[in-house]
Design a protein around this ligand. Sequence first.
Ligand code: GUN
Length: 281
Amino acid sequence: MPTKIDGKELAQKIRNGLKEKAAEYKDKTGRVPGLAVILVGEDPASQVYVRMKNKACEEAGFKSVVDRMPDTTTTDELLARVDQYNNDSSINGILVQLPLPKQIDEKRVLYAIRSEKDVDGFHPVNVGLLNIGEDALAPCTPAGVMVMFEEYGIELSGKNVAVLGRSNIVGKPMAALLIKANATVTVCHSRTKNIKDICRRSDIIVAAIGKANFVTADMVSDGAVIIDVGINRVEDKLVGDVDYEGVFSKASYITPVPGGVGPMTIAMLLSNTLKAFEKTF
Ligand code: GUN
C-alpha cells in the first residue's frame, strides 16, 4: 500500500510552528512578521485565495494587510502602491495576486517588489539566486513540495525526477530546487516527444501541467513517488494532473487532490514571510 502524503496535516503543523515563532518574536522584540497582499479587480478565484492567505496570516499572529484595488487600476497606480509597502518596515512580504487586469504591465509590477520582500519568489534576483544554489526566497508551491519530501524521508540525491511543466511559478523553480538537492531532473513540456518513457524511467514524478488525469498508470514505474501539483476543475470537481485511482497501487508515495500540495503553498507563503522578517534583524 502506498503512503498518502497528507499536505493538509503537514501544512497545519508548519503553520502551528510559525505561530509559535511569531509569538516568541512578539514577546522578545514587540514585532511580528507582516504580509501585504494586493488584489486588483474582482477575479473570483483570486478573491478566494486572498481570503485564505489573509486568514492563515491572522491565525499565525502575523500582521496581514489585504489591499483591494479596482480593476481599472493603472500600472503606475499599482507601482506606487508596491512602493508604499517596499518602504513600510512593518511589512516583510509583498504579494501581488495574479492574474492582473490586461492593462497592467505584470513584469514591471513584479520586478518593482523589493527582492527582500518578494515572498512569491518571482523577482529575477530570487530566481537567479535559486538557480545558482544560493539562499533565496523560493516560490511557495515547489518549496512546499520540497518540505513534503523532507518530512516523509523521501531521498532525492541521485534520483531521477520527471518534472512535468516548465512554468516560472512551479516547473522551473521545482527543477532548480531538485538539482540543488542532487537529483537528476528532466523537465518535460508540451513539445516533449517521449513523456511516457521519461516518466517510466523516473523514481519521482512532479506533475504541474494543468491537464486533468494526464499521468496514467502505464506511465508510472512500480514504487515511484507521485507529486500532483495540478488543480483542474472537471464537472465541478477538483482533480489533479494524475489519475489518482489508476496510479495509486503502483506508487510508494502519492499526494491527493485536494489536500496534497495545495495547502502547502499557503504554509510556505507564511514561512517565506517569516524568513524575510528574520533577515531584518
Ligand atoms: N495566482 C495563482 N497562484 C499565485 C501565486 O502563487 N502567487 C501569486 N502572486 N498569484 C497567484
